[in-house]
Structures are given as structure tokens and as C-alpha cells.
Design a protein around this ligand. Structure first.
Ligand SMILES: [Fe+2]
Length: 511
């Protein structure tokens, strides 16, 4: 738009005034149009959103200047209105200023009065524009900076959707992710979308989002009612104004995160949809530009999160297989880590622990004995009574495991505590640090019972599994002295009801 003359609309029922104003302002280099009344003016403004200034008379038939200003600004919120009036309606001019008119000029006016009023108004327009641009840039910068900090896909998408809706003043929106096979879209984040629509799976190529995903092209519709072609492909958007933007892959298709899709691999990862402008107005090209920038940054962040997830999954798989390889060498401990994980998660769920704690236990328990890789097989698999020296070797495994896992970035202190402290006891009789009471957190207390229960209930090279009634007695004896009382009595209940057996093979809390 820069370089083009500023557009001014003159509205007056007197043709002499209209012609005079056109002459004065055209000569100044502005692009000027005129309308004989408010209704005609509104039609012109609807057709062309590039008008900067509205010069209007106040006293006009059908609709007065004040009403016109109100309506005109609904169509074009950045339009600057100036009213022209005679002395008789000076009060109305002041009322118009209260309604949002920037200025007023009194008839009969001089050439210079008009020029000054226009120059002042344009200066304000430019300033306001610059301020808006600066504000937009700052907000966009903040959004871009924030999206780069997420490590979780769902949290990233929720944040982006909220920020996008806020930024363009929309009430409703969603982000739909392209499925792994590239054939459909599923809602991954939504605000204000009815629940049944959130579950909708859209085939690529169907509906607005499907079209955007297929073509990799953004769509902006000011009024769906006026777009018969789109109305056919839109399903629920009646008379709505909306924007749909693709989130496109930026990495090369060789990148591990750039998973190929069967729809021609056009690189679209997701579609961001916004609709229903809060003000009741329409979305603009400016809104589209902002959403496209947000979509670009989000696509990069999404790829990064997925890349990190892939690396994390690979790393985890290695760690888990270390434990499995270890257990595979000894048929008597086969499946021990998985069972301790199952019992621990089950206890955590029954005790109402939060999701973070449950998931910490799920992974920490799976890895708790990984340090046994540092203990010789002959000791681990010995059927003879162990010597003191051999016991001391075994007792090193929590510390070895802790040292092995400590450099792994995505393992938290809570994970590491589970590995290091699963043999600690409330009375200080455990190892390796001889911790007591309050030094043992809930998760460590849970894994200690789960580990003990599995050790007692499974067969060993040198003995068969201990019968349930004996285990119950043992847990009752240890509860409150070496093991946590609450956790022990929970296990007692589960053993007595037989419920515990189903968790020996089945991992709880996964769907
Ligand atoms: Fe252990």
C-alpha cells in the first residue's frame, strides 16, 4: 500500500460541497471519492477497505453523520472520521467527536482549514499504524520466542492456539494434525469448538481444513455466504468469517522428523483454523499475515519437539533394553523390572498420586535395577549363599545405575532417586546411603514395597516364590518399621483380594 495515495471518502448531500472537496483534495494528491448519503457511503466502504479518511456532513436524510461514523468503523476500524457542519449544529459536531470523530470543520470552510485537518488526521493515522505495527511485531516476537521453549507437543499446540485467537480477536479455533499416514486430520487443540466437532476426523481434501492441508495454501474468507464455491466444501461454517492456515514442514524430507505421508508428502503437518471475530466483524489480510507467521514458527517448533521425542524414544529404548538384556541372562529375574513398574504404577494410581508422579514411577521403576550391568553375572545368578564380599558387590548396583543414568538429560532427579534409593529402608537399615524416614519420598516408599513384593513372590534360583499368606505376614511386620505402613497395607489388601495378580503381566494406566 505504501506509495499509493491515501484514500478519502466525502459524504455530503450537497453536490457543491462534494465537488469542492474533491477539487481541493485531489489537487493535494489524495485519491478522493464522494457519496451523496450515508447508505451509499457504507456501500463504498464495504467494497473498498483501503479508505483512510471519512469526511462527512452531520445533517443528512435517512442516516445522519454520527450513525454513519459508527457503522463505518464497524466495517473499517482504522478509518478516521472528520465531520463537517454549520454553526447551527456545532453541538452535534461535539457529539460526533465523542462518538469517535477525530475532528470537525465548520462550514463555510477555507481551503487551508481542510488541508490542515487532513494533514493532522493523516499524521495520527500514520502514528497509530506505526504503533500498531510495533505492537504486532513485539507480540509476534514473544509468541515466536515462547513456541521454541516447549518440549511437549500438546502444550505447544494449546499455547499457539490461544495466542493466535488472542492476536486476531477470534472466539473459536482449532489446530488439526495430519495423521501419521497422511490421509486425515484430527483435532489436537481447540477452543470454543463443540465437543462433537472435536472428535471429527476429516479426510485430506474434504472440508475447509482438508482443502488447506491438501493444497498447502492459506484461506481467508470474509463471509462464507458470499463464497458459493467454498460454501460447498465448508460444512458447519454458516455466514462465518474465518482463516485456515497450513503449518508446513521446513526440514528437508530426509530429516527423521519429516515423516513421509501418502498424500504426496506436501509437507503440511497441521492446519490452524480460526473463526468468529469477537467484534462481529470480518478477518482481514493483516490477520492472515499474522497467523501465517505464527504458523511458520509453530511448524518449526513442532518439528523440533518431534525430533527431540524421537531421540528421547531411541535413548529410552536403549536404556530399557539394557535392563531386559540383563534380566534375560537370569530366568529367575526375567520380567522383574516390568512387574515392579506395574505394581508401583498400580499403587500410585490407587493412592491418587498426580500424573507426573505416576509417569515418573513408570519409567523410574523400569530402570531401577539397570546398575546390575556393573555386577558380575556369576554373583547375580549364584545359587549359593553369597559371601559378604559378593553382597557388597550387589549393593553397589543402585549407585552404578544412578551414575549410568545421571547424564541422561530427560531423566529428572525424581527418576534418579528411584534408581539410587529403592533399597533404602525407613529405619536406616537400607543401602546405599542409609537414608531414614522423611528422607524417603512417596515414590521411593512405593517402589521399595513393589520391589520387595516381587522379590518375595517370584521364584529364585535357590528357592520357590513365597506363598501369599507368608508375604502378607512379612508386609504387616515391616509396614511402619522398614517399609511405609500405608503402602504395605495397600499391598496386603491387594494380595488378599487377589487383585495384585492381574498386574504381574498387565501394565496399568495405559490405553
Ligand atoms: Fe534393586
Amino acid at each position: 500500500m505504501s506509495g499509493e495515495p491515501n484514500k478519502i471518502l466525502i459524504v455530503d448531500d450537497e453536490s457543491v460541497i462534494r465537488e469542492l472537496m474533491i477539487d481541493i483534495l485531489s489537487e493535494e494528491g489524495y485519491s478522493v471519492e464522494a457519496a451523496p448519503g450515508a447508505l451509499e457511503a457504507l456501500e463504498i466502504l464495504k467494497e473498498d477497505r483501503n479508505f483512510v479518511l471519512l469526511f462527512t456532513d452531520i445533517m443528512m436524510p435517512k442516516m445522519d453523520g454520527i450513525e454513519l461514523i459508527r457503522e463505518a468503523r464497524r466495517i473499517n476500524p482504522t478509518l478516521i472520521p472528520i465531520v463537517m457542519t454549520g454553526y447551527a449544529t456545532l453541538e452535534s459536531a461535539r457529539a460526533a467527536v465523542k462518538e469517535g470523530a477525530y475532528d470537525y470543520v465548520l462550514k463555510p470552510f477555507s481551503l487551508s482549514e481542510i488541508k490542515i485537518a487532513v494533514a493532522n488526521a493523516l499524521e495520527r493515522y500514520q502514528l497509530a499504524n506505526e504503533n500498531t505495527r510495533l505492537l504486532e511485531l513485539t507480540e509476534l516476537f514473544n509468541i515466536s520466542e515462547n513456541v521454541a521453549t516447549f518440549h511437549d507437543e500438546r502444550m505447544l499446540l494449546d499455547y499457539v492456539l490461544k495466542a493466535a485467537l488472542n492476536r486476531v480477536g477470534a472466539e473459536r479455533g482449532s489446530i488439526m494434525l495430519v495423521s501419521a499416514d497422511g490421509t486425515s486430520l484430527d483435532v489436537a487443540a481447540s477452543i470454543g469448538v463443540p465437543e462433537e466437532a472435536q472428535r471429527d476426523r476429516v479426510q485430506i481434501g474434504n472440508g475447509i481444513s482438508g482443502w488447506v492441508a491438501e493444497h498447502g495454501t492459506a484461506l481467508i474468507v470474509e463471509d462464507i455466504g458470499k463464497n458459493p464455491d467454498l460454501k460447498e466444501i465448508s460444512r458447519q461454517l454458516k455466514d462465518a468469517s474465518f482463516i485456515s492456515v497450513p503449518l508446513e514442514r521446513k526440514l528437508s524430507s530426509n530429516s527423521p522428523a519429516a515423516k513421509p505421508s501418502s498424500n504426496g508428502n506436501n509437507g503440511v503437518l497441521a492446519v490452524l483454523n480460526v473463526n468468529r471475530k469477537k467484534s462481529g466483524g470480518h478477518f482481514t489480510e493483516g490477520d492472515l499475515k499474522i497467523l501465517s507467521i505464527v504458523a511458520n514458527h509453530t511448524a518449526i517448533a513442532l518439528e523440533n519437539v518431534r525430533l527431540i521425542d524421537d531421540v528421547k524414544d531411541a535413548h529410552l529404548a536403549t536404556l530399557k533394553s539394557m535392563t531386559l538384556v540383563l534380566e534375560a541372562k537370569d530366568p529367575y529375574t526375567h520380567g522383574h523390572s516390568e512387574r515392579v513398574r506395574n505394581y508401583s504404577v498400580m499403587a500410585a494410581l490407587k493412592m491418587g498420586l498426580n500424573t507426573v508422579d505416576v509417569e515418573t514411577l513408570r519409567l523410574g521403576a523400569m530402570l531401577h535395577d539397570v546398575g546390575k550391568i556393573g555386577v558380575s553375572d556369576t554373583i547375580l545368578n549364584s545359587v549359593e549363599k553369597l559371601t559378604d564380599e559378593e553382597w557388597n558387590q550387589i549393593k553397589l548396583h543402585p549407585v552404578i545405575g544412578y551414575d549410568v543414568l545421571k547424564p541422561v538429560g530427560f531423566l529428572t532427579k525424581a527418576h534418579l532417586r528411584l534408581v539410587r534409593s529403592h533399597h533404602e529402608r525407613l529405619d536406616g537399615s537400607g543401602y546405599p546411603d542409609g537414608l531414614t524416614g522423611d528422607e524417603l519420598d512417596d515414590l521411593v516408599r512405593i517402589i521399595a514395597v513393589a520391589d520387595t513384593y516381587d522379590a518375595m513372590s517370584s521364584n529364585r534360583a535357590y528357592r520357590r516364590g513365597i506363598p501369599p499368606d507368608v508375604i502378607v505376614e512379612e508386609l504387616k511386620r515391616c509396614g511402619g518399621t522398614t517399609l511405609d505402613e500405608k503402602v504395605s497395607s495397600l499391598f496386603v489388601d491387594l494380595i488378599e483380594s487377589g487383585e495384585i495378580d492381574q498386574f504381574a503381566r498387565c501394565e496399568p494406566g495405559t490405553s
